[in-house]
Structure formats: structure tokens, C-alpha cells
Design a protein around this ligand. Structure first.
Ligand code: SAM
Ligand code: MD0
Ligand code: SF4
Length: 350
């Protein structure tokens, strides 16, 4: 479809999307199969056009706080799976408060509180609810929680304490692949937790992995699966093999690049938040992701912090370049700028 389009035709394709045109499975197949740089540039161009229509040159900034890296699960792709013998940490309440102090006035639109499925919190979920309260009190900012599959009551309590967003990624809607990735975890349980949160007034984020054994058809399944849940934020992350995990040596020559899928997400979910995560390729990677249609930078770390990301492209690098100042500086070189907090409140539906 897009291959032969001239600029004016690409423009009208973008307009069609804005007017509510729905992509068919055949459209998705064609887009996911694009190969040449020239075709992909056309796709990114349309995605930017649609993004700019809704969000202009304004970008949201999400702060990432991975407050506990303990986990009881064994996801095959994840460095923090319980079988991996690694150094772990769990911040104390005081440390979390201290971190919040350093974040005051920094310019974040939202704070993402993420953990592994840490038994310390799963055995007594009110401990988690209390953290939400503390961070809300300290910063008064919108809060995203990424705690894994939390029980319904705890989700409700966290919502009452001011959690706004619930992030829980299905990874794939291809059941067979799911079982290989989220070993021993219920597909429905994960799905239902997200649905419950949405029903209770949370904004929700869903997400998929690519480069992890997904082909065009399973990727279409995943895109459709996410669409059916009416998410407020949708992500795709490239799988980065992690030392000490079952998929450590997994190699794939995938043609399903993250950038291509980001652009397709923008066409399928025109008004959604779509992350440019710093966790995979840092700030250089952010530029490409924004140019493919993303509109929220995630995995920005508190300055000078020793906290970890999830996939951590920079685990072995000496210098980390993941702070909000560097992000804003780079945005300026692209003619982009941080959105207003009021714009974010609109996204949240206030
Ligand atoms: N423990 C919670 C959970 O699993 O829902 C919260 C952490 S969650 C935000 C971690 C997410 O990072 C996973 O859902 C997966 O999408 C992504 N991720 C983990 N390991 C990864 C890897 N090696 N490469 C790319 N993405 C990865
Ligand atoms: C990111 N490391 O945005 C974070 C993480 C969890 N809500 C997000 C995967 O890349
Ligand atoms: Fe645990 Fe989340 Fe990693 Fe799975 S992805 S092992 S649940 S931290």
C-alpha cells in the first residue's frame, strides 16, 4: 500500500487514519512486511503526521523507579527472573522518600513505580499501597504502577491512594509464544488484572515484545489483542538477551523491528501514548523512536541514581545517559519540547 505513494498520497493516508480509517489484517500484513529504508521512512512519516495532529511537538516524560528487583517468577526473557543469581535490591521507604525529594520540580509528567513480583510486597500488599501513598504525598504527580499481576483489592486500594496508570504487558497474544516467555504464568490472570484495572478507572498500558520468536501472523494477533482492550498506552520493546537467563543465547534475524511496529501502533492507536523507552538504546534510540511516532519518553532515571532499568542496554557501560536534563536537551535539537502538565491531565481524562 505505502510503497508506491508519493508525499501527497502519504499525507492523505495520514488524514484517513485521523478520520477513523481502520487498518485490515491485510493492511497490517503489508505494513509489517515493509523492508526497504525508503518504504520504512514513508511509514514513519505518516506515523509522525498522525502523532503531530494529536500532540504537536510535545512529548511526555515518565520517570522510572525500579524499587525492588526481587521476583518470584521465571520469565524466560528477564534478567530478574528468580532463577538468575544476580545482585538484587529493595529500596526502603526512606530511600524512596529521598528519591522523591530529588525529583521535585524536575519536570516529570508521571512517576512509574515498578517492581518484580517481590514476595515482600506480595505477601503483604498493603506495603505496596503505602508506597503509592508516600510517593503521592511527596510529589503530587500522576503515578503509574507496574507491580505485575496484583490482586484486585490491592489495585483498588492503590487507586484510592492516587495511582492513575496500571502498566502490565501481555508480551504477546500468541498463546504458544506466551507460554515460552512467561513460563508458568496464567495468560488469563494477566489479561484479567489489566481489564479489572481499566474498569476501576485506571488508565492502562499494554505491551508486546519483538525479536523474541514472533512472526508476522503472531504480531498481528498481538496487535489485535491489545486493540481489543482499549488501552491508553501501548508499547513494543525489542527483546534484549540477558545474561544468565534461558534466552541468553537467543538470536533472531527479525524483520519485525521495534521502529516499524511503533509506527504501526501509531496508525492503529492514533491517540494513545506510545513510549520511546531509553532502556534499549538510550537517548540516541529515543530520537529514532520519536521519529517513528512515539510521544512519551520512558525509563528516564532519577539523576545520579544507582537504580536499574529492565532490559538495561547500559548495564556494562561506564557512563549512563538517562537523566531528564539530557532528554530535554536532545528534544530541543529535534524541535520538540516537554508537554505541559495540563496536557497530561487531559490524557488521564481529567
Ligand atoms: N514484574 C512486573 C511485570 O513483569 O509485569 C513489572 C516489570 S515489567 C515492567 C518488565 C517488562 O519489561 C516486561 O513486561 C517486558 O515487556 C520488558 N522486558 C523484560 N525483560 C526484557 C528484555 N530482556 N528485553 C526487552 N524487554 C524486556
Ligand atoms: C521502560 N524500563 O519504560 C521501563 C519499563 C515499566 N512500566 C516500564 C519496561 O522501558
Ligand atoms: Fe519478574 Fe517481571 Fe521479570 Fe517476569 S518480567 S521475571 S514478572 S520482573
Amino acid at each position: 500500500m505505502i510503497q508506491k505513494m508519493a508525499t501527497n498520497e502519504l499525507d492523505s493516508f495520514g488524514e484517513k487514519i485521523i478520520e477513523g480509517f481502520h487498518l485490515s489484517d491485510d493492511d497490517l500484513r503489508a505494513l509489517l512486511s515493509l523492508e526497504s529504508e525508503e518504504e520504512l521512512e514513508k511509514l514513519y512519516y505518516v506515523a509522525r503526521k498522525v502523532r503531530n495532529y494529536y500532540f504537536g511537538n510535545r512529548v511526555f516524560l515518565n520517570c522510572f523507579i525500579y524499587f525492588s528487583t526481587y521476583c518470584k517468577n521465571q520469565c524466560a526473557f528477564c534478567y530478574y527472573n528468580c532463577k538468575n543469581e544476580i545482585n538484587r535490591y529493595r529500596l526502603t521507604r526512606e530511600e524512596i522518600k529521598e528519591t522523591c525529594k530529588t525529583l521535585k520540580g524536575a519536570g516529570f509528567h508521571m512517576i512509574d513505580l515498578t517492581m518484580g513480583e517481590d514476595p515482600y510486597y506480595y505477601d503483604e500488599p498493603d506495603r505496596f499501597v503505602e508506597l503509592v501513598r508516600i510517593v503521592k504525598e511527596e510529589l503530587g504527580l500522576p503515578i503509574m504502577i507496574s507491580p505485575g499481576v496484583m490482586d484486585n483489592l490491592t489495585l483498588l486500594k492503590a487507586r484510592e491512594e492516587g495511582a492513575n496508570f496500571f502498566a502490565l504487558y501481555q508480551e504477546t497474544y500468541d498463546r504458544e509464544l506466551y507460554e515460552k516467555l512467561r513460563v508458568g504464568q496464567s495468560f488469563e490472570g494477566r489479561f484479567n488484572a489489566r481489564r479489572f484495572a481499566k474498569e476501576q478507572g485506571y488508565c492502562v498500558e499494554d505491551g508486546i515484545l519483538t525479536g523474541v520468536g514472533n512472526d508476522v501472523e503472531s504480531t498481528i494477533k498481538s496487535l489485535r489483542g491489545m486493540k481489543a482492550n482499549d488501552p491508553d498506552m501501548v508499547r513494543v520493546m525489542t527483546f534484549l538477551p540477558q545474561e544468565g537467563t534461558p534466552l541468553e543465547d537467543f538470536k533472531e534475524n527479525s524483520n519485525l523491528s521495534e521502529l516499524k511496529i511503533i509506527a504501526i501502533l501509531r496508525l492503529l492507536f492514533p491517540k494513545c501514548l506510545i513510549p520511546a523507552s531509553l532502556d534499549l538504546e538510550g537517548i540516541d534510540g529515543m530520537v529514532h523512536r520519536l521519529n517513528a511516532g512515539a510521544n512519551i519518553v520512558t525509563s528516564i532515571l532519577p539523576s545520579d541514581s544507582r537504580l536499574e532499568g529492565v532490559a538495561n542496554y547500559d548495564r556494562d557501560l561506564e557512563e549512563r545517559d538517562r537523566d531528564i536534563k539530557s532528554v530535554i536537551k536532545r528534544l530541543a535539537t529535534m524541535g520538540m519540547e516537554p508537554a505541559l502538565q495540563a496536557d497530561f491531565e487531559k490524557v488521564l481524562g481529567y
